[in-house]
Design a protein around this ligand. Structure first.
Ligand code: NAD
Ligand code: MN
Length: 476
């Protein structure tokens, strides 16, 4: 397998201006296996200029039919290469191969959805008071910067690039420094599928070095970011100068609420993967579980039993459910949370230690009796750690759920339809699922309330977010 190792700019792989490189470490083996070129400020300028050129010289004016055809061609290329994409994903971030395969296919499906959306994305005709003819247009913005994290590198890159391109923009994509391979592959395959040079550029490298240049470049009209709340805030501040459009998908501390009237046995068996999948490095992780008191003890027992059955190990094996943490630093960060939980006297129902002699593994960990002021309860851990707590009163429980500054996702388990509707309205989050743990649907809006974000990915909402809305009035 040949690994991408350069920037992808203007339709070809290139070296960076400085020649600086980032070493990639396989988190399952702790071995360095490749070096990838890191983009510099000069490369940002070149990529943004190339994207703007591509936009101005043809992409913006392409007919909807032609753009549809091109995005379907990209989707077909991705479908044909899902196995290679999956292997690259597993290699650089340690994601279990079966998940990597699903996510590679998801990326292709996102391109299919937005290819098909182009001809269904409509403005309005508005009966304005003075008569005449009034209609709206959804117009592309120009160059979009997409900055993505390392936890779902390929699907998130696709779900930013595809709607931005479908709406008629060109894209500069910046993957996280830990996960450049699948983003570069996306650029390569998209151009192999016929996207003109400059329409999709990929700039790997540390965000600290090029982030400001990318976000403040006057030719970048929109920044679409997924990552930490801390960097999201910084992007919002920088964007304020030019009133640049932004969308932000940030952190979470999502609740999983289980009522006694629910099929709580099924909830208990399926809930471990709602927080431990991707080794807990998931912005939608249901990391706070609220269980109605009367079923609390049997729920915890089943939850812990299901957790102990999870297969944690070599991510290249198809039976593996949890791989390592993405890096040594990520594991250390999670261990600091566990140390705090020990100091505070929380009860470890299972887990808490490292696993295997090589690789950044941690046991999935279930914490009980966690104080509502403790770090593990309040902060996003981004590792395989869950807190489970009993509740007696619905209203009091909802106050605790909504006390979090985050509001991304969550689950609710009940068989009482009135309760399901009432609690769905009350939980402050952008995404919620009843009697399931799904968060992401290609066709539906995805994003957060409060400090979990601004704007929405996926569905038609994302496409709207990559356009300016123009109103045209024609006198009669
Ligand atoms: P991060 O914020 O450190 O990095 C995200 C991206 O921003 C990376 O590409 C990084 O290189 C870049 N970056 C870093 N500094 C920058 C700067 N100064 N300017 C511009 N870009 C910069 O986040 P992470 O550690 O990669 O990912 C983990 C975080 O992402 C978690 O908080 C998680 O909840 C969040 N996340 C959210 C979603 C969502 O959809 N809401 C999805 C996945 C991850
Ligand atoms: Mn980070």
């Amino acid at each position: 397998m040949k690994l991408p190792s350069q920037l992808f700019v203007d339709g070809a792989y290139r070296n960076s201006a400085s020649g600086r490189q980032t070493a990639l470490v396989n988190p399952a083996t702790e071995e360095s296996f490749a070096e990838v070129v890191a983009a510099d400020v000069a490369d940002v300028k070149a990529a943004v200029e190339s994207a703007h050129r591509a936009w101005d010289s043809g992409w913006r004016d392409l007919t909807p039919g032609k753009r549809t055809e091109m995005l379907f061609n990209v989707a077909r290329q991705l479908r044909e290469q899902t196995e290679e994409i999956a292997r690259l994903e597993t290699l650089h971030i340690g994601k279990p191969i079966s998940d990597s395969r699903d996510e590679a296919a998801l990326g292709a499906r996102v391109f299919e959805y937005y290819a098909g959306a182009i001809g269904k994305f409509c403005g309005q005709t508005i009966p304005v008071a003075r008569g005449g003819f009034d209609f709206t247009l959804r117009q592309p913005m120009g160059v979009v910067a997409a900055i993505v994290p390392w936890n779902f590198p390929f699907p998130i890159a696709c779900w930013k690039a595809a709607p931005a391109l479908a709406a008629g923009n060109c894209v500069v994509l910046k993957p996280a420094s830990l996960s450049p391979l699948t983003a570069l592959k996306l650029g390569e395959l998209a151009h192999a599928a016929g996207l003109p040079p400059g329409v999709l550029q990929v700039l790997p490298g540390p965000g600290g070095a090029i982030g400001d240049a990318l976000v403040t470049d006057p030719m970048v009209r929109k920044v679409s970011f997924t990552g930490s709340t801390e960097i999201g805030r910084r992007i919002m501040e920088l964007a304020a100068r030019d009133l640049k459009r932004i969308s932000l998908e940030l952190g979470g501390k999502s609740p999983n609420i289980v009522f006694a009237d629910a099929d709580w046995q099924r909830a208990a068996e399926t809930s471990p993967m709602s927080v431990f999948a991707n080794t807990g490095q998931d912005c939608c992780a249901r990391s706070r579980v609220f269980v109605e008191r009367s079923v609390f003890e049997p729920f915890v027992e089943k939850f812990v039993a299901a957790t102990k059955k999870l297969v944690v190990g070599d991510p290249t094996k198809p039976e593996t459910q949890l791989g390592p943490l993405v890096s040594s630093g990520q594991r250390t960060g999670v261990e600091e949370f566990l140390a705090d939980a020990r100091k505070r006297g929380s009860k470890f129902a299972c887990g808490g230690g490292r696993l295997h002699s090589k690789g950044y593994y941690l046991e999935p960990t279930v914490l009980l009796e966690v104080g509502k002021e403790d770090r593990c309860w309040r902060e996003e851990i981004f590792g395989p750690v869950v807190c489970i707590t009993p509740f007696d009163d619905e209203a009091q429980m909802l106050r605790e759920v909504n006390a979090s500054p985050y509001g991304l996702s969550g689950s609710l388990w009940t068989n009482d339809i009135r309760r399901a509707l009432r609690v769905s309205r009350a939980v402050q989050s952008g995404v919620l699922s009843v009697n399931s743990h799904s968060s992401v649907h290609v066709e539906a809006p995805f994003g957060g309330f409060k400090t979990s974000g601004l704007g929405r990915d996926l569905g038609m909402a994302a496409m709207e977010g990559y356009t300016e809305l123009k109103n045209v009035y024609v006198a009669e």
